[in-house]
Design a protein around this ligand. Structure first.
Ligand code: 16G
Length: 167
């Protein structure tokens, strides 16, 4: 993926993340052993997931297609310190376009102040654009609205309601 520099203020991009020990790359199976699920548990409940279950889900996503789980690795110890998932949906509308959803964005809270949230979101935004998605949307907690606004997301007038049914 090429640089996301054009969309950011100074400094960071996915090819120049600001520290030479940061690596932005797709998720791999080995990340199970390097804190990937522990990181996700900073976002919400993960529960117990065995390595076998993790691998099954990893390949289910691969064979379904349209899932792009992107992580930030601290290459000094290979720990996973950031993650976000881009999901694409096939549409008939917009001339059979793709719609992108941004999911499960999380950055290890001990790595604050390095713009890693911005780095990971802008990286997958660029990917969505390259894949030909006509829009990308997300649901987030109230306290994250300023963050997403700061990187270009907007509440669309008349179309900003997120609704949920839980099972
Ligand atoms: C946030 C996440 C969403 C995640 C959900 C988990 C972003 C942009 N949004 O809304 O992807 O699935 O939290 O919360 O990362 P839940 O466990 O209450 O569904």
């Amino acid at each position: 993926w090429s640089s996301v520099k054009d969309f950011t203020k100074p400094s960071i991009s996915n090819v120049q993340p600001g520290e030479d020990w940061l690596l932005v790359r797709p998720l791999k199976i080995e990340d199970y052993d390097h804190g990937f699920l522990k990181l996700l548990s900073q976002l919400t409940k993960v529960g117990s997931v065995t390595k076998e279950e993790f691998i099954r889900q990893f390949y289910a996503m691969k064979s379904a297609g349209g899932y792009y789980v992107t992580v930030i690795e601290d290459t000094r110890d290979h720990s996973i310190i950031g993650s976000s998932t881009l999901i694409t949906e096939f549409k008939f509308i917009h001339e059979c376009s793709l719609r992108a959803r941004l999911e499960d964005v999380v950055v290890n809270n001990t790595y604050r102040g390095k713009q890693l949230g911005k780095l990971i979101v802008l990286t997958v935004s660029l990917l969505a654009k390259r894949l030909g998605c006509y829009k990308m949307s997300l649901d987030c907690k109230d306290n994250l609205i300023p963050f997403y606004k700061s990187i270009g997301y907007r509440m669309e007038p008349g179309n900003a309601n997120s609704m949920t049914i839980r099972y």
